[in-house]
Ligand binder design. Structure first.
Ligand SMILES: [Zn+2]
Length: 383
């Protein structure tokens, strides 16, 4: 089985590159719904052409979620291949930086790595599995169209979670790492918004009548930062602060945005408690504070199931001569968090290796398109 899969991938290298180039060339900047919809149409056709049953979750203000089922003639629990097809780049980027493979063996272009390479990989893994008449598990492809905005304008988080429920394993084809680390844990993240209302007064005539919103916020910032628990992985960054209007007025209002990161879901409640405590404490008499805390990205927890799936990947890597791989823990969020939250063992960042995501220098190492497709496909055979 394994050899046949490898042969299939080797024989389809050119086709894989063509597909990758096509997908990169159809822009899908997350804020440009029309572009994202064009990429969706391309994917719907591509998956339908190879026998997939596509369910589209349409959203008005965000890229749609695509769920594609391949029964593979099996009634067992499905294996999930997931990712996203939106990018961070604005409309028109492709004209300035078209898809290109350079002499350094790297591919360049908007979204070439994050994560149109991963979609190319998973598409051809499905085809390879079909070609060898694989029948152990159905394959379900789940692709978000608004991952880069954290699903803020859609119900994709809920729909994504629903779509992966009951699966026996998941591979998230996010950007792979150059050092062959595969992600088995990710921090989650949230935002806290503080608004302090003080009392304005002329700084020259009657400063004593003022209640400085900025001074109150300054105390709060120190209190928030003091709650940083680097060891436990619950961290706060007071990243944006605004306040006041002119130098000669006691500031009436100040605003603060705090980036919050956590390792485990139970830390969300701790964060909320700590933030509420700071909001409820008044340092400058006569000021008022409002606080809102939103979780943007769930954390991906390193469960036993996650580690067990990683072991299968590692075992396969050793057997096929892929080379050593290791478990990586990263600070940035991804949809793999929802898979693990739904109880599905997941390994993330199985996509093509590369770097400089979200920048003009984003690159993907072309050879790893094939080597990693083989690695993941061979691991699927072990499930
Ligand atoms: Zn991504």
């Amino acid at each position: 089985m394994r050899e046949k899969i490898f042969k299939y991938i080797d024989e389809h290298r050119q086709e894989m590159l063509t597909f990758w180039k096509k997908l990169v060339s159809i822009e899908s900047g997350t804020l440009f719904k029309e572009d994202v919809d064009r990429a969706r149409d391309f994917l719907v056709k591509a998956f339908t052409d190879i026998g997939g049953t596509v369910t589209s979750y349409p959203y008005e203000k965000a890229g749609d979620l695509l769920v594609v089922d391949f029964s593979m003639g099996s009634t067992a629990a499905p294996i999930i291949f997931s990712g996203h097809y939106d990018t961070v780049f604005r409309h028109g980027t492709i004209e300035e930086r078209p898809f290109v493979i350079k002499d350094d063996g790297r591919a360049y272009g908007p979204g070439v790595l994050d994560m149109k390479a991963g979609i190319t990989m998973l598409y051809f893994i499905v085809r390879a599995l079909q070609a060898i008449d694989y029948r152990a598990h159905p394959i379900r492809v789940v692709l978000a169209g608004d991952e880069e905005t954290g699903h803020q304008s859609s119900t994709a988080e809920r729909d994504f979670s629903e779509a992966v429920k009951g699966a026996c394993a998941a591979f998230n084809f996010e950007t792979g790492y150059m050092d062959d680390g595969f992600v088995t844990g990710r921090k989650g993240g949230g935002r806290a918004y503080f608004t302090v209302k003080g009392v304005g007064a002329h700084a020259g005539n009657e400063p004593e009548k003022g209640r400085s919103a900025i001074l109150e916020m300054a105390h709060k910032i120190i209190a928030i930062q003091a709650n940083n628990d680097f060891e436990a992985g619950l961290t706060y960054n007071c990243g944006v602060v605004q306040g006041g209007t002119v130098p000669n007025a006691v500031p009436e209002e100040a605003k603060l945005v705090v980036d919050v990161r956590f390792k485990r879901l139970d830390q969300v409640e701790r964060a909320r408690r700590e933030l509420e405590a700071v909001a409820a404490t008044t340092y400058v008499e006569g000021t008022m504070t409002e606080m809102k805390f939103d979780v943007i990205m769930s954390s991906m927890e390193t469960t036993d199931g996650v580690v067990a799936l990683f072991r299968k990947l590692e075992e396969t890597a050793n057997e096929i001569g892929f080379g050593p791989i290791y478990q990586k823990y990263v600070g940035g969020g991804a949809d793999s968090a929802y898979e693990v939250k739904m109880g599905v063992p997941t390994v993330c960042a199985v996509g093509v290796a590369g770097g400089k995501n979200h920048s003009v220098d984003e690159f993907a190492v072309v050879d790893t398109l094939f080597s990693r497709a083989k690695l993941v496909a061979a691991t699927v055979l072990k499930i």
